[in-house]
Ligand binder design. Structure first.
Ligand SMILES: Cc1ncc(COP(=O)(O)O)c(C=O)c1O
Length: 428
C-alpha cells in the first residue's frame, strides 16, 4: 500500500467524518511554495495552506524566531506577561489601519469573530447584528450565526444566535440587484435602509460584519463605494463596523489589509490565518475608544497570545515588510490575473477572473451563464494530478481560488500557470 494511502486510512479511523481533508495525500515536507508528499511527489501549493502561509512553508526567519522562543518558554496561560506577546501586539498594531490601536489575542479565525461580536454587544449594550448573505465567518456557534455561505454548515445546529439579520453581499458578477457595476450606484446598500425600516431599528444594531473580500462565499471583492457607504451608515447610527479580514489580511491582497484599497477603517478588525505563518494565533483589533470599554474579565483565553505563535507572528510581519512582499505580491498577482484574464477572453466558460494581489478567484459558468461546479472540480483534480494544489469556493463550488504565497517566485508562477492552462485545455 502507498504510504499516503496508509496514512489516509489511519486518519479515517481516528478522525470523525466531520473533519474534511481536501485531498488524499500526506505532507512529508514543506519548503516555500513547494509541498512534498510522503510518496515523494512535489506539488506547488497555491492554497498557501488555506491563506495561512503567506511566506510559504517554513520561512527560515519564522522558523528561527520560533526556535529561539522554544529555548526560553512556550506558555504563559495569561498568568504573567510575556515580552514576546507584547512585542507581537505592537508589531501587529503598527500595520493595522490607523485608529485601530488595541487588541485581544485568540487562537483561530472563528474565535476572533466571536470576540468581535462580543465586544460589539458588550460595549454598545445593543443586541442585533447584521451580516452578509454568502459570508463565511467560522464554525463556532456565534460565528456560524453570521455565516450563510452554505446551509450545510448550519444544518442541525439551529437555533443559532437570535437577532442576526442578513443583507446581500455586493457580489457584482452575480449582482443581487441584477445590475452591472457601471450602472449600479451601490443599489444593494439600499437593502440596509430597508432592513432598518422593516425588521430592526438601527439603534438596536450593535454591529455590521462583512468580509471586505468575500472568501469562502466565492471570492468577490466588495466595491470601494459599498464599503464607504457602509462606513457612512455605521457612523450615522452609531453602529460598529466589523471587517473580517481573517482570509484577506496580512498582505494577501497587496496591502496589509484589504480595507486599505477602499480607504475605509472599521471599528473592529479580525485577523487570523496568515498572522503567524501556520502557528495558531488570531486577534480582535479595535479602536481604543471601543476596546477600552471592554472591561477587565469580560473576555478571556488560556492559549491566546501564545509566545511561540507570537514569535512567529512578529517574524512574519517583519519579513513581509523587510523583504518587500506587499510589492512582490502585487507583481505576482498581476501576472496571474493578466494570464487568467487572457484565458477567460478566449473561453466563455470562464465567467470572470477577479482579485487583488495574491487573492484571485476564477469563476466557471456553463453556456447559460449558470455556475459550473463540475468543470471547476474536474479542473482542480486535473491540476492536482499535474502537481498544482488549488481549492474551490462559492456555494456551487464553481470558483477556483488562486492563492500563492506572497513570495512565490517568477518560475513557480509560470509553472503553475502552465499547469493550469494545460489542465484547463484537457478538461474544458
Ligand atoms: C473570512 C473568514 N473568517 C473566519 C474564518 C474562520 O477561521 P478559522 O477556521 O481559523 O476558525 C475563516 C476561515 O476560512 C474565514 O475565511
Amino acid at each position: 500500500m502507498r504510504e499516503d494511502d496508509a496514512i489516509f486510512q489511519r486518519g479515517s479511523t481516528v478522525f470523525t467524518p466531520a473533519l474534511h481533508i481536501y485531498y488524499p495525500f500526506a505532507i512529508a515536507k514543506g519548503a516555500g511554495t513547494a509541498v512534498f508528499s510522503t510518496d515523494g511527489r512535489r506539488y506547488l501549493d497555491f492554497t498557501s495552506g488555506l491563506a495561512v502561509l503567506n511566506l510559504g512553508h517554513n520561512h527560515p526567519r519564522v522558523m528561527e524566531a520560533v526556535r529561539n522562543q522554544l529555548d526560553d518558554y512556550v506558555h504563559t496561560g495569561g498568568i504573567y506577561y510575556s515580552e514576546t506577546t507584547v512585542a507581537a501586539a505592537e508589531e501587529l498594531l503598527s500595520v493595522t489601519p490607523q485608529g485601530l490601536d488595541m487588541l485581544f489575542f485568540g487562537n483561530s479565525g472563528a474565535e476572533a469573530v466571536e470576540g468581535a461580536l462580543k465586544v460589539a454587544r458588550y460595549t454598545s449594550g445593543r443586541q442585533a447584528i447584521v451580516s452578509c448573505s454568502g459570508a463565511f465567518h467560522g464554525r463556532t456557534l456565534g460565528a456560524l450565526s453570521v455565516t450563510t455561505s452554505s446551509s450545510a454548515y448550519r444544518r442541525r445546529y439551529h437555533p443559532l444566535l437570535p437577532s442576526v439579520y442578513q443583507v446581500s453581499y455586493p457580489a457584482c458578477f452575480n449582482c443581487p440587484c441584477g445590475l452591472t457595476p457601471d450602472a449600479c450606484g451601490t443599489k444593494c446598500l439600499e437593502e440596509v435602509s430597508r432592513l432598518f425600516e422593516r425588521q430592526v431599528p438601527p439603534d438596536e444594531v450593535c454591529a455590521i460584519i462583512i468580509e471586505p473580500f468575500l472568501g469562502e462565499g466565492g471570492y468577490y471583492p466588495a466595491p470601494k463605494k459599498y464599503l464607504q457607504g457602509l462606513r457612512a451608515i455605521c457612523d450615522e447610527y452609531g453602529i460598529l463596523l466589523i471587517f473580517d479580514e481573517v482570509q484577506s489580511g496580512v498582505g494577501r491582497t497587496g496591502h496589509w489589509f484589504c480595507c486599505e484599497h477602499a480607504g475605509v477603517v472599521p471599528d473592529i478588525l479580525t485577523v487570523a490565518k496568515a498572522i503567524a505563518s501556520g502557528f495558531p494565533l488570531s486577534a480582535v483589533v479595535g479602536s481604543r475608544a471601543v476596546m477600552q470599554k471592554w472591561d477587565q474579565g469580560a473576555h478571556g483565553t488560556t492559549f491566546g497570545g501564545n509566545p511561540v505563535a507570537c514569535a512567529a507572528a512578529r517574524a512574519t510581519l517583519q519579513a513581509i515588510r523587510e523583504e518587500g512582499l506587499l510589492e512582490a505580491s502585487v507583481a505576482a498577482g498581476a501576472r496571474a490575473l493578466n494570464f487568467l484574464q487572457g484565458l477567460a477572453s478566449q473561453n466563455p466558460c470562464i465567467g470572470e477572473v477577479r482579485g487583488m494581489g495574491c487573492m484571485i478567484g476564477v469563476e466557471f459558468v456553463d453556456a447559460a451563464g449558470e455556475a459550473d461546479g463540475r468543470l471547476c472540480s474536474s479542473l482542480i483534480e486535473q491540476c492536482l494530478a499535474k502537481g498544482l494544489i488549488t481549492i474551490g469556493c462559492g456555494l456551487k463550488r464553481n470558483v477556483i481560488r488562486f492563492l500563492p504565497p506572497l513570495n512565490v517566485t517568477g518560475e513557480e508562477m509560470e509553472e503553475a500557470l502552465d499547469i493550469f492552462a494545460t489542465a484547463f485545455t484537457e478538461v474544458k
